[in-house]
Unconditional design. Structure first.
Length: 261
């Protein structure tokens, strides 16, 4: 592959991360920055491989992903279900809308002391905090997606004799699906961010605990190793969510202002 074709291919997305690593390596190798402040990336990756080989990183990653998965799954199921009901019934909307708007602006981290007091410092409080973070983007997008369906589509379906159930199955839900999937995709990143913050404050396991525990002992290589793993996990989850989105919404064509270049 010639250089021009390489740049134009999908591999051009690797250029910026590799460039940052090269600059980072050069700066730290030349001693412009103290190693305890910004360690050499090659040493960080060596530490990362050692943590994987020892099983330490796998254990903490497994614990974190388990908490994130449970909290996110609960938020997805309840958020989509409740969002559909709210969009369907004005009475239900009038009941839940004030509660949603009162609780949505509350910072997840502001609720940590209350959740720890009510549910203890075990997995239950952590899962519920992740649930709280993911729930609102999902339910808001679900409601907005259903309410944003083109009225012409609804009128056309009714004129063809569609029943209430058929209207939901054939028109409303398919039309709202792009918005619903977008809310769920946004929440994947939110789940990881909330999880790490909670684990840093009170936990004896998980990737957040690994990072903050290494910081306490000034083990900068382990801190950066943990941060890299968190970044790669977030990136991988987003890529997975994109693939699922393209699979489910294969019929949906996205608009590109930049053309095909």
């Amino acid at each position: 592959m010639n250089p021009i074709a390489f740049v134009k291919s999908k591999y051009r997305k690797l250029i910026s991360p590799l460039l940052i690593l090269i600059i980072w390596e050069a700066i730290t190798r030349q001693g412009f920055v103290p190693a305890w402040f910004l360690p050499v990336p090659s040493v960080v990756f060596q530490t990362l491989f050692e943590m994987i080989a020892s099983g330490e990183l796998i254990y903490h990653g497994y614990v974190s992903l388990g908490r994130a998965f449970v909290g996110y799954s609960l938020a997805a199921v309840i958020g989509v279900s409740l969002g559909i009901v709210i969009a369907w019934s004005r009475l239900v909307e009038d009941f839940f809308d004030p509660l949603i708007e009162l609780l949505r602006p509350l910072s997840t981290f502001a609720l940590i002391p209350i959740f720890f007091l009510w549910f203890g410092i075990g997995n239950t409080s952590k899962i519920l905090l992740i649930f709280k973070s993911c729930f609102f983007p999902i339910i808001i997008n679900t409601i907005a997606g259903i309410k944003g369906v083109d009225q012409k589509l609804i009128m056309a379906a009714r004129s063809l004799g569609a029943s209430g159930l058929q209207l939901w199955i054939k028109v409303l839900l398919p039309s709202a699906l792009p918005m619903i999937i977008t809310g769920m995709r946004i929440s994947t990143a939110i789940a990881m961010m909330s999880l790490v913050g909670v684990e840093m404050l009170s936990s004896d396991s998980g990737l957040g605990f690994l990072v903050i525990d290494s910081q306490r002992t000034f083990d900068t290589e382990r801190v950066f190793a943990g941060i890299i793993v968190l970044s790669l996990l977030g990136f991988s989850l987003d890529r997975l969510a994109r693939k699922v989105q393209r699979k489910i919404l294969s019929w949906h064509v996205e608009t590109s202002l930049a053309g095909n270049n």
